[in-house]
Design a binder for this molecule. Sequence first.
Ligand code: UD1
Ligand code: UDP
Length: 376
Amino acid sequence: MRENPLVLHVLGARPNFVKAAPVVRALEGLGVRQGIIHTGQHYDALMSDVFFADLGLPEPLANLGVGSGTHARQTAALLVGLEEVVVQHSPDLVVVYGDVNSTLAAILVCAKLGVPTAHVEAGLRSFDRTMPEEVNRIVTDSLADLLFATSPDALSYLAAEGVDPRKVHLVGNSMIDSLFAALPQLDPAPVVERLGLPERYAVGTLHRPANVDTPEAARELVSAVLEVTELIPVVVPIHPRGRTRLAEAGLVNGERLRIVDPLGYVDFLSLVRGAALVVTDSGGVQEETTVLGVPCLTVRPNTERPITVSHGTNRLVTPAMLAAAASKMLADGAAIPAEELPALWDGKAGVRIARVIAAWLRGDSLAPAAFNRVQS
Ligand code: UD1
Ligand code: UDP
């Protein structure tokens, strides 16, 4: 390994920023030379800049400005931009996060250039290949050199796909590290007042292609959300993907429904912390509600995060089931004793990841099982 090796983090979309911040901070603490490449997959200030500010992420070395497009166009732009920037910086390791197109493109570029890679949030599987994210996860995990898993089920899925277990490290959940770091700032009152919400409210976030990309799916979803508004006022910080189609399907401001712009990280989690219920199709929000103990209904037929159902507040529902499930959850609440939360979702995943990366950069052997299964 070179003297003073360089680690690059490739980030592109909202959840990437949240997962990366603790890793960047922990590597900084170990004195590792590093930089962020922002692909520009997400580019609105409320989908990107606000996260750099809220999470204390350093300014990226470059923003590739790839923007939006079909999968082919966006991925092609990502491949071209990332190849140039990886060649230019010649990193010793590239760290990628989650399951977005920026992650897929970075892993492909690095594999072809022979640059080693690490995948944070490895081994999640919905077993639903109609999801673009599932395709991205499978390809990313098959090519990564270091794989950092959030939950034990990932280990068996990766083993079943033939991934060498010596590459896999069960480290916990860095997205939850960000949540713990922000916790002292998470006060619902200011954001509730600013948005003019009542004391008891539900939060909705909806952006999965299967829910928002066709008029039929959007209509079904919107009519289900409107039923929930009869039980409790709902505020939806709307993801730009579904804004137009959901509005056309009737998701518009009303007395018991507030449609607002996407919120910054601290504002959003403050709102979630004070909510009686969350209705979502987000991956990360299923995890965050689990840790905050907020009842969560996920409008999807499957989840790559089943631990949020077995050890958390999450329940999967169809649109047709949503209102009845909401009514029950509002009546029952969803307190989860802290000791039952998923193991290693303790705010220290970033530190564990940074330790493994630093050891790998030094060329230390990562084979011993005790090291590969970092427990503290
Ligand atoms: C992407 C990820 C998804 C993740 C989500 C997080 C892929 C395949 N999907 O989905 O896994 O859950 O990010 O939020 O990578 N747009 C804007 N402004 C922006 C960004 C997007 O208006 O700053 C609009 C554009 O119309 C764009 C659409 O949103 O076409 C979709 O954006 P894109 O990045 O392609 O996918 P997401 O749906 O955001
Ligand atoms: N989030 C946010 N503002 C919002 C909606 C979500 O800060 O208006 C945060 C949320 O707390 C989580 C992350 O964005 O940390 C999840 O991103 P998203 O739902 O877009 O992606 P997914 O997790 O589904 O890939």
